[in-house]
Design a protein around this ligand. Structure first.
Ligand code: 4AD
Length: 466
């Protein structure tokens, strides 16, 4: 049979050719009983199709059938391509299909729980429309997530998940080109990998176990296994108690672990080059997607430097102090303070992407290496976009006796991580790495206000379906 042509590939040069396309009936309009128009959408491209009795190519019954199609149904359309004399409004392709045959291959319900046109409008646009007395429904986030398969069809969401795909792609390509290998570590593990209470516990054939809060332990063990440089893209589980704009109970972790030859700055060098490459590449290869996101959720392009700014925690504390904000120099930064520091950094250095390193040891996980010159601090860092954390990383303790001591000091039951600690008894190189929250990267790069927008089917404390 005839091959399908993609709607996006339909062009004026194909005038007169008979084409076959498949897409969704985005809009259907009858003109009397003899004619109907259908706008067919495929991957964001649209083409107008005309069904008319006049040319004798279709029956009146066919016109009636088309006029009664439900929006969002999947249809196959067959017929010659024509080029109208005046421009077509409301379709991306400036050609029309004169329909000879039309089949419905996947019927949608007559009324949909979300009106896609309303769901695709920006807040400003909705406000304007409401003021003008237009009838429309503001689609709230829960409704969107309840009917996510429909919600995903909006241009902004199509953009978001294509950008997400590209982020994963660049992450892989960059690291592979730097001599890293991709690993896959278990998500069912015996003990908590990050400590604390945010862990999903489960029964593993009668034994206590949990869902991995990160690939932390096994990515380090892979370094003990002599791979030198590893990375992983995989699910991370956190039994979060807080319902916030940036926490999920399951997210995608982009994890890196590598041998360190001289200094933990080698790990920060990878972060630096990886992310500058990533931002450049997104700006260059995802222009259309970024525009689609921006049309619904306006945002300014991310400001970042060619060489990523690095500040020490102490420098950060000082900048805050100079701005009249006193914080505990050996404590952690709360979300509000992180945001504030982000603003100060932007004003002073002109970047919305930077690394803060040499954190106080007390606020870092047990496996973090203290600074050689001052054990109150650690060889660790966080990375921020627009004042919010996207990465945390560090050099790790690779001496088993000291690791045991650190775990005990942090209140961890050493028995549950015995095999991890043992891994360092057979000779382990100095090493470090970092973990990136994929959904946060896209949320913050695009200036979005909620992590649920960048998770395909988000899992939060209140939601485990769809
Ligand atoms: O800061 P976290 O907890 O660090 C680790 O898991 C370490 N094992 C990383 C390392 O290699 N040292 O998580 C890393 C990143 C955070 O910076 C954040 O971007 C993201 O994961 N993240 C979350 N994203 C969504 N929802 C949550 N509940 C998240 N918790 C952390």
């Amino acid at each position: 049979g005839e091959p399908y042509t993609e709607v996006g590939a339909l062009a004026e040069e194909m005038k007169g050719n008979s084409v076959l396309v498949r897409g969704r009936a985005q809009a259907i309009r009858a003109v009397g009983k003899k004619m109907a128009f259908v706008v067919v959408r495929e991957r964001g491209f649209t083409v107008q199709c005309i069904v008319t009795e006049q040319e004798g190519s279709v029956s009146r019954q066919m016109v009636k059938f088309v006029a009664s199609l439900n929006r969002e149904s999947i249809i196959d359309v067959h017929g010659p391509l024509t080029v109208p004399s005046s421009p077509i409004k409301g379709a991306s392709q400036q050609v029309e299909i004169q329909v000879h045959k039309l089949y419905c291959v996947g019927k949608a319900l007559p009324t949909l729980p979300i009106n896609l046109e309303d769901a695709a409008r920006s807040e400003a646009d909705i406000d304007k429309a409401l003021q003008a007395g237009e009838q429309l429904v503001r689609v709230n986030q829960d409704t969107r997530l309840n009917f996510r398969v429909l919600d995903i069809r909006t241009p902004a969401n199509q953009g978001i998940f294509r950008i997400q795909s590209q982020v994963g792609n660049i992450f892989r390509q960059f690291l592979l080109s730097e001599g890293f290998i991709e690993i896959h570590t278990p998500k069912l593990i015996a003990g908590s990998s990050e400590g604390g209470s945010a862990v999903f516990k489960l029964d593993y054939k009668g034994r206590p176990a949990c869902l991995a809060q990160s690939p932390q332990l096994h990515k380090q063990m892979s370094i003990c296994g002599d791979f030198g440089r590893v990375f992983e893209v995989g699910p991370v589980f956190r039994a979060e108690d807080s319902y916030t704009h940036r926490h999920l109970c399951e997210f995608t972790g982009l994890d890196v672990e590598m041998e360190i030859k001289k200094h933990y700055f080698e790990v920060m060098d990878i972060v630096d080059r990886l992310f500058v490459t990533m931002f450049d590449s997104l700006n260059a290869s995802c222009k259309k997607e970024l525009e689609a996101v921006g049309r619904q959720y306006p945002f300014e392009p991310l400001k970042y430097l060619r060489k990523t700014l690095r500040l020490t925690f102490q420098e950060g504390v000082q900048m805050l102090k100079d701005a009249g904000i006193e914080i505990d120099p050996l404590g952690d930064l709360n979300t509000e303070v992180e945001r504030k520091l982000g603003q100060l950094v932007l004003e002073k250095y002109g970047t919305e992407f930077y690394i803060l390193h040499r954190y106080p040891l007390a606020v870092r996980p047990f496996y973090t290496m203290p600074c050689y010159d001052d054990p109150a601090y650690s060889n660790s860092f966080d990375v921020f976009i627009r004042g919010e954390e996207i990465i945390s990383g560090a050099q790790r303790v690779h001496v088993p006796e000291f690791l045991t001591k650190r775990a005990e000091a942090c209140g961890i039951d050493v028995k549950t991580i015995e095999t991890y600690i043992d891994s360092f008894r057979y000779g382990a190189p100095p090493h470090g790495g970092f973990g990136v929250g994929l959904e946060r990267v896209i949320m913050l790069f695009c200036g979005l206000n909620n992590i649920r927008k960048t998770s395909l089917f988000p899992r939060d404390p209140l939601r485990i379906s769809p």
